[in-house]
Design a binder for this molecule. Structure first.
Ligand SMILES: C[S@@+](CC[C@H](N)C(=O)[O-])C[C@H]1O[C@@H](n2cnc3c(N)ncnc32)[C@H](O)[C@@H]1O
Length: 225
């Protein structure tokens, strides 16, 4: 994903993201993120016998990842702070014939959100970067608390700016390597198992049409069953 970001970088995240969405009839491509697809495709799918059928997508935007996951059979809930993004995701879900039980989108501020229960078999987080990195870590921790035993959190994140972007601007200025994020998460290894903490490369096209390769940071953490 090349990244439009909210026009201001501190405070007022809801208003900033909402106006960023309102500036454009469609902000993202509508395609699921390639890194997420590649990671999730190699993981087990929903497992009704084990009670792992629900998936949570944090910062779901216009819903492309969540709807791809719903197509795999997950019952997906997408949470995002921008009402316009949530409305677009709901509309696309309806248009593709998904029921609200299969794909549900809700407005939520993840900086204050707490999962009601540890019931999700999969929690996904794609390119959710916050003005303060500590906020992102706190959201990842809440995502981990939402996992059912045996469930996985998959995070796909920027780790560096593409050649055409200002590395001192948001979100690049607050990105971290997955290994650093793991340190900040300070997981208890009795309860958690890290299945992946590394980089995956993808090809992107810059604003002038030039191609470049870009690394994404990938974390896959499993709650021990
Ligand atoms: C870079 S976009 C990624 C969207 C989507 N995951 C994707 O990859 O297409 C980041 C998303 O996070 C949402 N977001 C930012 N801060 C948030 C917060 N505090 N709570 C919930 N969502 C937030 C934004 O509205 C935006 O949709």
């Amino acid at each position: 994903m090349s990244a439009p970001q909210p026009r201001t970088s501190s405070g007022g995240a809801a208003e900033d993201w909402e106006s960023t969405y309102l500036d454009s009839p469609r902000l993202w491509s509508g395609e699921p993120n390639a890194a997420l697809v590649s990671v999730v495709s190699s993981l087990p799918g929903p497992d009704a016998a084990a009670g792992r059928t629900r998936c949570l997508d944090l910062g779901s935007g216009e819903g492309a990842d969540a709807l791809w996951l719903a197509g795999l059979g997950w019952q997906v809930t997408g949470l995002d702070i921008a009402p316009t993004a949530v409305a677009r995701a709901r509309e696309t879900a309806r248009g593709r014939g998904f029921s609200p039980q299969q794909a549900d989108f809700r407005t939520a501020d993840l900086t204050v959100w707490e999962p009601e229960d540890a019931e999700f078999g999969l929690v996904t987080v794609s390119y959710l970067h916050m003005p303060e990195h500590a906020e992102r870590i706190s959201i990842l921790r809440a995502g981990l608390r939402a996992l059912a035993p045996g469930g996985r959190l998959v995070s796909v994140a920027h780790v560096s700016a593409p050649p055409w972007a200002d590395p001192h601007a948001q979100p690049w200025s607050t990105t971290r390597m997955p290994e650093q994020e793991l340190e900040h998460l300070a997981l208890d290894w009795d309860d958690w198992q890290v299945e992946e903490a590394g980089l995956r490369m993808r090809t992107v096209t810059g604003p002038d049409g030039t191609g470049a390769s870009l690394d994404d940071g990938v974390l896959v953490v499993r709650r021990r069953a």
